[in-house]
Design a protein around this ligand. Structure first.
Ligand code: ZN
Length: 449
């Protein structure tokens, strides 16, 4: 026998956890936290998830699709005897990200990150008896994201995780090639993310269509001002690489040590993969300028840099140099405004009114409404800004493409606020008779399919 249950995430974006079970053994895909600001109003709070998933049984293996908090964020609660797996670069990013997030937390997550095993794209695994898992490398705003093809009791489930095909990894029809190469035979169930089904109004209004277009537009914007502050997530590496490569030759490319570590880790791992030119050092900017004093962590930066065939160099930068040469700077919000003034704020105050601009490259929802992020809003502080962002998620036409490519018998939406809307969207309507809305905590037997 085989069954499927979405513990959480069938009708919300984030906080995902899905179970595939033979009855005796099970795997779990993701164990994520609710999105920031959502936990209060969520149907299932983060504090209830352990009980739901591990309350009656502490077995199984957890597969994380990627390093976004809404997919791995509750990892510290996973019982010690439950193995966890994640992509190799995703694990390296978490080694930097988790200590940073935990800097004021009592409970440190790094030992748990070190405990995570890694899977390999295109290699089948049998994590528990009766269930086989094939991780497939996929494009998303988190680098090193995976979808999973799962075989259980003779059934095939394709679980997309968060995906898209308009970033760097998705170029040249990669999605179609990967599916053609690795997914053979009929797919019984496609579980697909549907973030953009409930955010479709953003397409064409606040979003540029692709990472490539984002780069082109960035190049145009950077020509106009000497001091450029780019508000972008430090782990949105496709966008960061586009900003980096499109920094005009006469301006410095600047970030802080944390961002530099993430960037070089990604570039080193992508170099080893041997493709994706956008992840190589730019000829115009072989040196990245890093804010702050040099300390022991610089050795880590240099060590990674030295292990690369085409190394990226790092060098500290003075305010005089910033003033003289101008810059494109990856800026970050300050989450401790009462006790700390960030260098980004100091430099914003010094340079914004002297031919500066702020480029906002994150989800528009953080700027107002129920997801308003006060720290981001404080950085902008009522100043004019340019929005320049592309979605991390599949457009409706990409979901339709996925359905055409795998021709599943059943389609289950998740990671969307509007699962019932799927069948009514013109691009997806032809498949309405295969759609199945599966609510959180409701089991679906796969035996009769
Ligand atoms: Zn994600």
């Amino acid at each position: 026998m085989a069954d499927l249950m979405i513990h959480r995430g069938s009708s919300q974006i984030g906080g995902c956890c899905t179970q595939i079970s033979t009855g005796r053994s099970r795997i779990l895909i993701d164990f994520g936290a609710n999105l920031p600001g959502e936990d209060q109003t969520a149907e299932t709070k983060d504090s209830e998830m352990f009980q739901k998933v591990f309350g009656s049984r502490q077995d199984g293996v957890v597969y994380f699709t990627h390093y976004h908090g809404d997919h791995y964020g509750l990892f510290k609660e996973i019982p010690g005897q439950v193995p966890m797996y994640i992509g190799p670069l995703a694990k390296n990013i978490l080694r930097i990200l988790v200590p940073y997030i935990d800097r004021e937390n009592q409970e440190k997550g790094l030992p748990m990150v070190e405990r995570m095993g890694i899977y390999e794209a295109g290699k089948w695994m049998t994590p528990v008896p009766g269930i086989q898992v094939l991780p497939l490398y996929v494009d998303h705003s988190a680098l090193d994201s995976y979808m999973f093809c799962v075989k259980v009791s003779g059934k095939t489930i394709l679980f997309t995780g968060d995906f898209r095909d308009h970033g760097i990894v998705g170029q040249n029809g990669r999605l179609g090639r990967v599916l053609k190469t690795y997914v053979h035979g009929p797919v019984d169930v496609l579980i697909t993310e549907g973030t953009m089904v409930s955010r479709s109004e953003e397409v064409g209004t606040v979003l540029v269509k692709s990472e490539e277009e984002l780069g082109q537009e960035a190049s145009r914007l950077f020509q106009k001002h000497k001091y450029n502050f780019v508000l972008v997530s430090s782990t949105n590496l496709d966008s960061i690489m586009e900003f980096y490569h499109n920094t005009p030759e006469n301006l410095l490319f600047v970030c802080d040590l944390y961002q530099a570590l993430i960037m070089i880790t990604a570039m080193r791992d992508m170099e080893r993969k041997g493709c994706f030119l956008q992840y190589r050092p730019s000829r115009q900017h072989r040196v990245v300028r890093v804010l702050g004093k040099t300390d022991s962590r610089w050795a880590w930066l240099r060590e990674i840099g030295n292990s690369m065939e085409n190394p990226l160099k790092f060098c500290s930068v003075t305010e005089e140099e910033l003033e003289r040469d101008g810059f494109v700077m990856l800026a970050r919000k300050n989450t401790h405004p009462d006790t700390y003034q960030s260098p980004f704020e100091t430099l914003r105050d010094k340079f914004f009114d002297r031919d500066g601009q702020i480029i906002y490259s994150m989800w528009n929802g953080y700027l107002g409404g129920k997801h308003a992020d006060q720290d981001l809003l404080r950085f902008i502080g009522g100043r004019p800004y340019q929005s320049l962002h592309t979605s991390g998620h599949a457009y409706v036409e990409t979901i339709a493409k996925m359905i055409r490519l795998v021709n599943p018998k059943m389609i289950i939406p998740m990671h969307t606020e509007a699962p019932e809307k799927f069948a009514r969207i013109p691009e997806l309507a032809p498949y309405h008779d295969r759609m199945r809305v599966l609510r959180d905590g409701v089991g679906l037997s796969l035996d009769g399919l």
